[in-house]
Every structure is written in structure tokens, then in C-alpha cells.
Design a protein around this ligand. Structure first.
Ligand SMILES: [Zn+2]
Ligand SMILES: [Zn+2]
Length: 393
């Protein structure tokens, strides 16, 4: 980390602005070039339906589009919340999935940076306004007009149709939001990098974690296990906090240098002033004050989980006395996601995954909610039923 600079500036890698993106009317929808393709999918038809076979209409690629044949899609906890309507009103039918890896099937006439056969990925975003301050800084996830999520969001550039995600055999995405997946990475195990990977990589990079820094990771699930691997690769000494002694061995196997039982006050006291930055991945409400006491001067705690109800209050004194930062962070921009994928390829990092078939999706959701997964489920889209002759959505 950079002493005295606990919150360094963002990476700020803007999207490449070509003559075409500088067009005075970039949001004008280009004419579709043909009929949509019907793709097999799995999704929810209501908050209570569970996941069922569906057929989704994918638009014919426009000039800037990339049509992707999906091979794998990771199962993120957000998918469970969204399909079950736990995050508010949802448009159904809804095909979830934003950890997409596959190969390019075809490209639009203006696409010269991707070609059929390329291994590519799509994460949590498929568009943004491309004009606001955040977008121009390459921070599309923080688009001031709201980013266009990969599923369940109205897509203004495509007739306000609701986006449908990656539990499907194909998807069509603007080239600016398509990532290049290095061939060195196993495609199934690389899929979770597109959400779990970038969500933990971005705050670690923002905090400039480097050799010798001490990184704490709270929670050892899909996000937590990626945080351990990525922080280790950045050269950090990694300390895992867990409420379960049963997870000690798993934490060490993942590369953690130390494990602390967070419900043991003595163990927490022993970690006083020992950590530079904490990546907190727990989505249930929990008391952060014991964690603040483990941070050194200028330390920071990044909260990545989004609890459904209020958290216990944070003690201002704990922050003030050590000039601590209590921060949040949301996935990452497109340039940073590409940087993360290249970093993972360079360091041989992928997610620990269990590949499931379409028929196992509902069981996988229940197991995810129960915390019974090491550490990410990934759908093999070859197990999807054939598409029907009429689109459900
Ligand atoms: Zn996710
Ligand atoms: Zn924007």
C-alpha cells in the first residue's frame, strides 16, 4: 500500500475512444441486421418458480456487436437474490448469469478487435451511458446514469428490452463490454473471475496492495476465496477471518498465511493493529468494530457484501483514532476487468469450481444459500435443453 495515501486515485483507464464512439449521436440505435436467434436458457418465470427451461431471443448482431456462444456461466449469489425477487420488483421471465465465458460466433461489421473463435467473457455489465464522468474514466460500473446490468435491466440502446443473462447457449453484447479471456485459463474455472474475481481485485488494486502488505479477508465463500488468491499473488501476507474453525484448513490450502476465529475475542485482540486492508465479503449484517481494531494506522475496510437489513453501528472513534477508511466497492470497470483477467493468467489464478448441469441448477441454488459449495458453481451450458421454436422472452 502507499503510506499516507490510503485511498489512491482509480486506475482510470478509459475505454478506447474511436472515431466511431466519438460520433455525436452515439446512443442512436443502429438498425438490427436480421431476425433474432432463439437460444436455450434457464431462468425464473416468477419469484417462486425456481429455475425452469426457457427460450430467449437474442438480437441479430448490430455493427458493434459480438455474438458469443456461451460455454460456461458461473452461479453468483446475486443470481439467487434476483431470480427470487429478494432485491425488489423484477421483470419475469428472467434469465440470470453474469459470469459468462464462451467463444465468439460472429461479429458485427464494425468489430475489428474480436474474431470468430476468440475466447471471451462477459461480466456484470453490458452497457453504460459512455458519456458521464465515471464512464469516461473507465469506471462504467459507477455510471452516473446507471449501468446496464447483464440481466434484468432495461437496455436503452436496444429498444428498452430487458437484458437476459448467461444461463443460456448464446448472448449478443456490444464489443466495448466484451473481455478477452486468456487461453491459458481453464474456461469453466475462469468464469467466476468475471464477478467474484473483479469484485475483490478492484479494491485491492485501488488500495495499491503490494509486497509485504497485510490483507485481511472476512468470509471464505465465492468472493473470499478469490480475495485470498489475488491478494497472495499481489505479494500480500493474507489473514482470513472466519466464524468457523472447520474452515481453517481450507483457508490455508487456498494460500492464507494466518486464520483467525472471529468469534474468539482473544484471537481478535491478538490481531490488534496488524492489518493494512480488510476485504469484507460477508453479506449478512455483522459488527465491524472488532475488525477496525485489527487495522493499522491509515488502514481501510472495504465492504463488498450487501446485507438485506441494517448493520450494527460503526464506532466513529474507531475510525478517527487511526485515520481508517470504511469503504465500499462495486465490481470493476471494463479496462480493470481485462487487467484482472491478464493478471490471473500471469499468476495462474482461477476460481475453485464445481461444474453443474442445467438440471442441477435449483439444487445448486439451495446449496449456495446453505453455504455448501467450494467455492463456486459453474453451469455447463452444453447441458441446456434445445431451444423451442418460440421465444419466452
Ligand atoms: Zn455476481
Ligand atoms: Zn455513464
Amino acid at each position: 500500500m502507499t503510506p499516507g495515501r490510503p485511498v489512491p486515485p482509480p486506475l482510470g483507464k478509459p475505454l478506447v475512444v474511436s472515431e466511431e464512439t466519438a460520433d455525436p449521436a452515439p446512443s442512436a440505435p443502429a438498425a438490427a441486421q436480421g431476425p433474432p436467434t432463439l437460444a436455450a436458457a434457464y431462468g425464473a418465470t416468477s419469484a417462486l418458480s425456481g429455475l425452469v427451461p426457457l427460450t430467449v431471443a437474442r438480437r441479430a448482431p448490430k455493427e458493434d456487436d459480438v455474438e458469443i456462444e456461451i460455454d460456461f456461466c458461473g452461479l453468483c449469489h446475486s443470481d439467487v437474490h434476483a431470480t427470487r425477487g429478494e432485491w425488489g420488483a423484477q421483470s419475469y421471465p428472467l434469465v440470470p448469469g453474469h459470469e459468462i465465458v464462451g467463444r465468439v460466433r460472429s461479429v458485427g461489421s464494425a468489430v475489428d478487435d474480436f474474431a470468430p473463435g476468440d475466447l471471451v467473457g462477459v461480466g456484470c455489465l453490458v452497457d453504460s451511458c459512455r458519456e458521464c464522468g465515471s464512464c469516461l474514466e473507465g469506471l462504467e460500473q459507477y455510471c452516473e446514469r446507471g449501468n446496464v446490468g447483464t440481466y434484468g435491466v432495461k437496455d436503452a440502446r436496444n429498444g428498452d428490452s430487458v437484458t437476459q443473462g448467461g444461463y443460456s447457449t448464446s448472448v449478443v453484447v456490444d464489443r466495448r463490454f466484451v473481455l478477452r479471456v486468456p487461453e491459458a485459463l481453464d474456461p469453466a474455472a475462469a468464469a467466476p473471475l468475471l464477478c467474484a474475481g473483479i469484485t475483490t481485485y478492484s479494491p485491492l488494486r485501488y488500495f495499491d496492495v503490494e509486497d509485504g502488505d497485510v490483507v485481511g479477508v472476512v468470509g471464505l465463500g465465492g468472493l473470499g476465496h478469490m480475495a485470498v488468491k489475488i491478494a497472495k499473488a499481489m505479494g500480500a501476507h493474507v489473514v482470513v477471518f472466519t466464524t468457523s474453525e472447520a474452515k481453517f484448513e481450507a483457508a490455508i490450502e487456498l494460500g492464507a498465511d494466518d486464520v483467525i476465529l472471529s468469534k474468539d475475542p482473544e484471537a481478535m485482540e491478538g490481531a490488534n493493529r496488524s492489518i493494512d486492508v480488510i476485504i469484507d465479503t460477508v453479506a449478512a449484517p455483522h459488527d465491524l468494530n472488532p475488525y477496525f481494531r485489527t487495522l493499522r494506522l491509515n488502514g481501510a475496510l472495504f465492504q463488498l457484501g450487501l446485507p438485506p437489513t441494517d448493520m450494527p453501528p460503526v464506532s466513529p472513534g474507531a475510525l478517527i483514532r487511526r485515520r481508517l477508511s470504511y469503504a465500499g466497492s462495486l465490481i470493476g470497470g471494463i479496462a480493470e476487468t481485462q487487467e484482472m483477467l491478464d493478471f490471473c493468467a500471469e499468476h495462474g489464478i482461477v476460481s475453485d469450481v464445481e461444474v453443474v448441469t442445467a438440471r442441477q441448477l435449483n439444487e445448486a441454488y439451495d446449496r449456495m444459500v446453505a453455504g455448501d459449495v467450494k467455492y463456486r458453481f459453474v453451469l455447463d451450458t452444453k447441458t441446456l435443453q434445445p431451444a423451442s421454436e418460440k421465444a419466452d422472452v
